[in-house]
Design a protein around this ligand. Structure first.
Ligand code: ATP
Length: 200
């Protein structure tokens, strides 16, 4: 089955408040969306909704394919060596060759030289790239990336953009919530401000 992601007239309520309503998005294989909006308008919440971690208050979410979410935290065990911390996650999805997938993912984010370093010793930007490597290693067709460029230098942003482009070229889907401009050619633009229910 080729990947797809559809949000239809979705509303989100958190902490007793309606954050946004009337959000629709339809992505097919190779598609991408860029989610923008002011702090607190619900970008992270939208990604969690798409990931199935939050139920929509109204509307529907349908994902055709496995999802991988890059959230604020890297979710990697700080005490483990980077490659081992990634392997723990890669083994969870029961796909073949977890070691190879981790090695390839580390190379894609240019962290192969640091594979044996404990996660706690990585810099902020290196940790962000490690979190991206975790997503890449899942081989999930649908990527949900929350502020993936935070803390990244110019070269690392280029690596991120290349990884997203390659993923889409292979039929993957990318949804990115970001405050930073990112090269995501032909992406659907979703400005949550237009759907925000919170009065400024
Ligand atoms: N677990 C939670 N319970 C209740 N309210 C929450 C929870 N998590 C977030 N919120 C609230 O939901 C609103 C939207 O938060 P969210 O993190 O989705 O916004 P955002 O657009 O991603 O913000 P930012 O740009 O600062 O990352 C905020 O007002 C926040 O306080």
């Amino acid at each position: 089955m080729s990947a797809s992601l559809a949000l239809e007239d979705v509303a989100c309520r958190r902490g007793g408040r309606l954050l946004f309503a009337g959000v629709s998005l339809s992505l097919a294989a190779g598609g991408a969306a860029l989610v923008t909006g002011a702090n607190g308008c619900g970008k992270s919440s939208l990604l969690r909704l798409a990931a199935g971690l939050l139920p929509p208050f109204a509307g529907s979410v349908a994902a055709g394919g496995r999802l991988a979410l890059l959230g604020e935290a890297s979710a990697l065990d700080p005490e483990r060596r980077l490659s081992e911390a990634l392997l723990l996650w890669a083994r969870l999805d029961a796909l073949p060759a977890p070691g190879e997938r981790v090695a390839q993912a580390l190379a894609m984010v240019a962290l192969d030289d640091l594979a044996d370093i404990p996660v706690r010793m990585l810099s902020t930007g290196q940790r962000r790239r490690a979190a991206l490597a975790r997503v890449i290693a899942t081989q999930a067709p649908i990527w949900l990336l929350d502020e993936p460029a935070t803390g990244l230098d110019t070269r690392s942003i280029a690596l991120l953009e290349t990884a997203m482009a390659l993923h889409r070229a292979g039929g993957g889907i990318v949804v990115v919530a970001t405050h930073q401009p990112l090269d995501l050619a032909g992406a659907a633009m979703l400005d949550l401000a237009a759907h925000c229910e919170m009065a400024a």
